[in-house]
Design a protein around this ligand. Structure first.
Ligand code: MN
Length: 202
């Protein structure tokens, strides 16, 4: 069964004005679809065919650029859609809030550090919040479509929050103003889903 583009869990316009509808249509329907199509082409007839995406990424040969770029792209965007939503924003609660305070001092300090990881990523890439076995949190950033599941990225653990800072994620509405996109993005973060991923990954 080849990989398939997951449906968006909300309408394209649901994240406006933070993320405009046209950006969502192109980002999901064109960019993510291309990662899925090219991932399926890259694994067809290879031992990776039939494996789950997480299994593929964890065991990835990082010189396999087609699977690295497109498998990463498929995983990263699938996570990205899920951790956003309408009527979102605010702050996390429960065990995740405690872990954020333990790791970063406060939610505000975490947001500052995570935002800077995205803003200072040169070119294209992602900022990540990851949970380690036991529940400790780490923050990091990767270039291109790399992610913390892959070997030797300098990031580790299970990603529970990811921010896409490729220009395709924000350029139509924000042009070169990546910091404005990052600042606004917090109001569409679905903390319920991030909390669920934290509980599952700890
Ligand atoms: Mn993207």
């Amino acid at each position: 069964m080849p990989f398939q583009l997951p449906e968006l869990p909300y309408p394209h316009a649901a994240l406006e004005p933070v993320i405009d509808s046209l950006t969502m249509q192109i980002h999901h329907g064109k960019h993510h679809q291309a990662y899925v199509t090219n991932l399926n082409k890259a694994i067809e007839g290879t031992p990776l065919d039939g494996m789950g995406i997480e299994e593929i990424l964890k065991g990835l040969d990082m010189t396999n650029m087609a699977v690295r770029n497109n498998g990463g792209g498929h995983y990263n965007h699938s996570l990205f859609w899920s951790i956003m939503g309408p009527n979102a924003g605010g702050a996390p609660g429960g065990a995740l809030a405690e872990a954020i305070n333990a790791a970063f001092g406060s939610f505000e300090a975490f947001k500052e550090k995570f935002g800077q990881a995205g803003i200072t990523r040169f070119g294209s890439g992602w900022a990540w919040l990851c949970v380690q076995p036991g529940g400790k949190l780490d923050l990091c950033s990767t270039p291109n479509q790399d992610n913390p599941l892959m070997p030797n990225t300098g990031c580790g653990g299970t990603p529970i929050l990811g921010l896409d800072v490729w220009e395709h994620a924000y350029y139509l509405h924000y042009q070169n103003r990546r910091p404005d996109y990052v600042a606004a993005w917090w109001t569409v973060v679905n903390w319920t889903e991030v909390e669920r991923r934290y509980a599952a990954g700890r």
